[in-house]
Design a protein. Structure first.
Length: 503
């Protein structure tokens, strides 16, 4: 008869270390959304072309997604703390370069460096949490803090960006990360442990190239599908990404020391957790995509005011994440995931049936309810991912979790954009007598209709706006119903695949 030895419990040093780990995560989250409010001032100063402006906004996310797998495995091999500190220092330097960039070209290069450095941070922080908190209950709470920090950063990004641009200049949005990264570099060696996988073998450079050749075109394809619809460029990028991804997986299965251990997917708990996480993010990001546009284009709020209206979603994420450890101890992981997904599905269903046509208060409240239900799913799925593998491989596992997250966000926006466009164009009934160019612009999107209506005399603009807003609201309803369907699938997955794993 063997006696199970309880896992070591974390002490004050580990909890202080968690606070240090929250610093780079908050900066990463802010950088996701803080630049959007700075874009007009930036454009006025640097005068980028339309293409350059798109690259300034998008290259950061592209390179984070592309390098996640590489950096997760690299951290396991050279040490996650070492990679985190190097990445933090590089992020601070690139932030200064971006803040004082005199040209659009240099700003694009700085944003690219920020993306590569940012890819070192998320897998490293999550992998270190696995090392610092071996006790499952404490680790679950630490993951909840980790996710809450990121969600709050995304939510307050537009507010922070607006305040900084209004008080200083557009470059100030980049400098907010410098003190946090410097604190990480100074305090990290004292409060964070180091761990790396034994041995490791030769680093797979060809695998790095193939992973980039897979992720970058795939993320590009889904983002452009949302923005511009299907087309030759989207199709080619998707085919290239899928082909490179297939070659990458085949190569990793043959190597004795792979860049990514695809055998992780043979672990039922790991595969089920990644699947639930992907479905949940795919569903919720559809609602995240439509809500700011609804607030600005349908209700007429400014970008800053719309950011304030989004704060209940951040509070819902915080609440859902922080109650997760208590709920999971009481009811078990599969039951909490299934119950949370069911709660979120009801919220999304109500968005589909009544929320979009009931005004901003109802829509924000119902979306916040959906987000509240998704909080436990993100925490528990992430915890299962890093808890189902040995600590020495937690960085690699975390990179898969984060890659699933990036794809969930991109796919959610792409699917939602396509659905909104289809419903909007199908339901739009334009007033009679509109000039051909006005009708054409209004028929493309709600933003086009708002711009076109502003140029129409008399009541013509009001009639056009009413028709366009009704069509867009109908699209939001369909998005809510799709999200509800996806979340129902997450309920089934939790009650079947997750329960069979014994999680």
């Amino acid at each position: 008869m063997t006696t199970e030895i309880p896992a070591r419990r974390a002490g004050p040093r580990e909890w202080a270390g968690l606070a240090v780990l929250a610093l780079p995560l908050l900066v990463l989250a802010l950088d996701v959304s803080v630049l959007y409010l700075a874009a007009p001032a930036l454009a006025a100063d640097l005068a980028p072309t339309a293409t350059q402006e798109l690259w300034i906004l998008d290259i950061y996310g592209f390179l984070i997604a592309g390098f996640l797998i590489t950096m997760g495995t690299l951290g396991d091999r050279i040490g996650r703390r070492r990679l985190l500190l190097v990445g933090g220092a590089a992020f601070a330097a690139a932030s200064v370069l971006a803040a004082f960039a005199p040209t659009a070209e240099l700003l694009i290069a700085a944003r690219a460096l920020l993306g590569v450095a940012g890819a070192t941070l998320m897998p490293s922080t999550l992998g270190l949490i696995s090392t610092m908190f071996p006790d499952p209950t404490q680790r679950r709470f630490a993951v909840a803090v980790w996710m809450t920090t990121f969600s709050v950063g995304i939510a307050i990004g537009p507010l922070v960006g607006g305040a900084l641009v209004g008080s200083f200049w557009w470059g100030a949005v980049f400098l907010i990360g410098v003190p946090a990264m410097l604190a990480l570099v100074v305090l990290g060696p004292f409060l964070l442990p180091e761990e790396r996988a034994a041995g490791g073998g030769r680093f797979d450079v060809a695998g790095v190239v193939l992973s980039l050749a897979a992720m970058l075109p795939l993320v590009y394809a889904v983002k452009n599908l949302a923005a511009h619809g299907p087309g030759p460029g989207v199709l080619v990028a998707g085919v290239v990404g899928l082909a490179a991804g297939t070659a990458f997986v085949r190569r990793q299965r043959r190597l004795p020391d792979p860049l990514l251990d695809v055998a992780l997917f043979t672990r039922p708990a790991f595969t089920a957790a990644v699947s639930v996480l992907l479905i949940g993010l795919l569903a919720v990001n559809g609602l995240f995509f439509v809500l700011p546009q609804y607030l600005q284009l349908v209700t007429g709020l400014s970008a800053l005011a719309a950011g304030v209206w989004m704060l209940p979603l951040a509070l819902a994420t915080v609440g859902g994440s922080l109650v997760t450890p208590v709920l999971s101890r009481r009811f078990g992981v599969p039951a909490v995931v299934a119950g949370s997904a069911a709660f979120a599905a009801v919220g999304a269903l109500l968005v589909g049936l009544v929320g979009a046509g009931s005004g901003p208060v109802a829509l924000v409240a119902l979306t916040a309810g959906t987000v509240l239900g998704l909080g436990p799913i993100g925490v528990l799925a992430t915890d299962l991912v890093i808890g189902s593998v040995p600590s020495a491989r937690a960085g690699s596992a975390a990179s898969i979790s984060e890659t699933a997250g990036e794809l969930g966000v991109a796919l959610g926006v792409a699917v939602t954009g396509s659905v909104l466009t289809a419903v909007y164009t199908g339901r739009l009934v334009l007033p009679g007598g509109l000039p051909a160019d006005v009708a054409g612009r209004a028929g493309e999107s709600l933003a086009g209709a708002v711009a076109a209506a502003a140029r129409l005399p008399g009541t013509g603009g009001d009639a056009l706006l009413a028709a366009a807003r009704d069509a867009y609201t109908a699209g939001i309803g369909v998005v809510g119903l799709i999200a509800a369907g996806l979340l129902t699938g997450a309920v089934v997955l939790a009650l079947t695949a997750l329960r069979r794993t014994g999680a």
